[in-house]
Design a protein around this ligand. Structure first.
Ligand SMILES: [Zn+2]
Length: 150
């Protein structure tokens, strides 16, 4: 909020999210969020299997078709939830691995300054400052998907 007034452009959602409650809080929230998607995926897989059970023994063709559709939908949800799980977890871990200050070796005591694209569209750069010794360094992370919210 303080920085937004000084910058030409407002902080990116990732910078805002990291600075809102601190890096460690953001990181543990991301892990919890990713495992929430993992649990959703497992739940949808169980649903798919439960719906599929005995589907071909049904005499009613419409009911059979409807249950097959529900199974397919549940499996799609499983795939989507697990894809989200991987994306969110990978980004949190990739940023987390680089969140050690090069100067004082403190982990996770960072303030995010700016987020910017790199020459390679596959990566983005997050400039951070150590809240203990004020050392500034870039963290580079892979763009898993544009749909991964901060
Ligand atoms: Zn430091």
């Amino acid at each position: 909020m303080r920085r937004a007034a000084m910058n030409r452009q407002p902080d990116s959602p990732l910078v805002t999210a990291i600075n809102a409650h601190g890096f460690r809080e953001w990181h543990s929230y991301e892990l919890a969020r990713s495992f929430g998607y993992l649990a959703l995926g497992v739940l949808m897989l169980v649903c798919a299997l439960a719906i599929m059970e005995g589907v071909f023994e049904r005499p009613n063709a419409f009911e059979r078709l409807f249950k097959l559709f529900l199974t397919f939908f549940s499996l799609c949800m499983t795939g989507w939830a697990w894809w989200r799980f991987i994306q969110i977890l990978m980004r949190a871990e990739e940023i987390g691995r680089q969140a050690v200050c090069h100067q004082c070796q403190r982990y996770g005591r960072i303030q995010a300054l700016t987020e910017s694209p790199t020459d390679d569209p596959q990566y983005r750069s997050l400039t951070c400052r150590c809240t203990k010794c004020a050392h500034v360094w870039p963290i580079t992370y892979t763009v898993q998907s544009r749909h991964v919210r901060p």
